[in-house]
Design a protein around this ligand. Structure first.
Ligand SMILES: NC(=O)C1=CN([C@@H]2O[C@H](COP(=O)(O)OP(=O)(O)OC[C@H]3O[C@@H](n4cnc5c(N)ncnc54)[C@H](OP(=O)(O)O)[C@@H]3O)[C@@H](O)[C@H]2O)C=CC1
Ligand SMILES: CC(C)(CO)C(=O)C(=O)O
Length: 291
């Protein structure tokens, strides 16, 4: 008999959470948002890449209204909010639960989940923007899922409803590529209040980019000697491809919101410290963007 499709609990029904929920619903999974405001459902209006909009409604449960165990959890809150969002529900998560971490950076869930819980990382080069209830898919690129488990049985079917979704045996590779792009582009565009393309066009920013990138490559190479290094050209290619965009960190910084610096450059600085590798440029940038 085929096992039932997962029932997902979603922490963070913002841009990425809405994208994931839409594809999961399309594939026949069910999704409940965990958020204060029990009983109030969330109606989402998601603009698809072809310009059409789709409207769907997600049930909402307050953390204290949850009763049974959480078997499948999708975490799509911004990294600084992970602990606050997870703490009321961790007692519902058990060693056989599957947690999908849909966040930029690394380490944001470290120490927050019960021992033994499998974390599948989702790395996406897609882009979704907007504010509840309106969300717009502005770029539909590859999304990789992978972690310490084999490809789940439901994945193939989900793939047929989620364009460019891939299962990745070695999630480190896309995750670290994305990390290096975020290490360079996000803080520089935030601090200098410029769109991504300025990293390529402005010689002073490009020099700072080289410094941040070289430190990131040194740390990643120490963690995994097969890391190819020399990431600058691919980082500049991302900055060129998104030249007119406001990075997520620039947007957060402009709004006075806490940024994801701790999970991006902060993670790198922590690794550098552990490994005894100097990372003064990243250290400085973390200090500048930490309120
Ligand atoms: N948007 C994008 O294109 C991409 C984003 N990412 C990454 O995905 C992650 C999510 O980003 P994004 O979706 O853009 O962020 P959003 O700000 O759009 O969404 C975050 C959501 O989390 C909710 N939230 C915050 N705190 C809690 C809480 N305690 N309990 C329940 N819900 C909570 C917010 O609700 P409320 O608004 O009510 O506070 C909001 O709906 C980030 O790590 C980002 O870097 C990765 C690739 C692309
Ligand atoms: C790749 C980049 C920099 C695109 O803007 C991004 O992921 C972000 O803004 O967080």
């Amino acid at each position: 008999m085929t096992p039932p499709l997962p029932h997902w609990y979603l922490l963070g029904a913002g841009n990425m959470g809405t994208l994931a929920a839409w594809h999961l619903l399309q594939a026949g999974h069910s999704v409940t948002v965990i958020k204060s405001g029990n009983g109030v459902s969330l109606t989402k209006i998601l603009q698809l890449p072809d310009g059409h909009s789709t409207t769907f409604t997600l049930p909402v449960l307050a953390p204290e209204a949850l009763t049974g165990p959480i078997d499948h959890l999708l975490v799509a809150v911004k990294t600084p909010y992970s602990q606050f969002a997870l703490s009321p529900i961790t007692h519902r998560i058990h060693p056989d639960s599957l947690v999908v971490r849909f966040q930029n950076g690394l380490g944001a869930l470290d120490g927050l989940l019960p021992m033994g819980v499998a974390i599948v990382d989702a790395v996406s080069t897609s882009a979704v923007k907007g504010q509840h209830p309106h969300h717009q898919i502005v770029a539909e690129n590859t999304t990789w899922l992978g972690g310490p488990i084999d490809e789940p049985g439901w994945f193939r079917e989900l793939q047929s409803h989620w364009p460019n979704l891939q299962w990745c045996e070695n999630i480190h590779t896309p995750q670290w590529k994305k990390l290096v792009a975020n290490v360079v582009i996000n803080p520089l565009t935030a601090l200098h209040d410029v769109p991504n393309g300025h990293i390529v066009d402005n010689p002073a920013l490009r020099q700072l980019a080289e410094q941040l990138c070289a430190e990131a490559d040194a740390v990643l190479q120490a963690l995994d000697p097969s890391w190819p290094g020399h990431s600058l050209n691919s980082v500049l290619a991302v900055a060129s491809a998104t030249a007119g965009n406001t990075s997520s960190m620039r947007a957060d910084w402009q709004h006075g919101a806490i940024t994801e610096i701790e999970a991006i450059n902060g993670w790198l600085v922590k690794q550098a410290g552990r490994l005894g590798i100097p990372a003064p440029h990243n250290r400085r940038i973390v200090a500048l963007l930490t309120k």
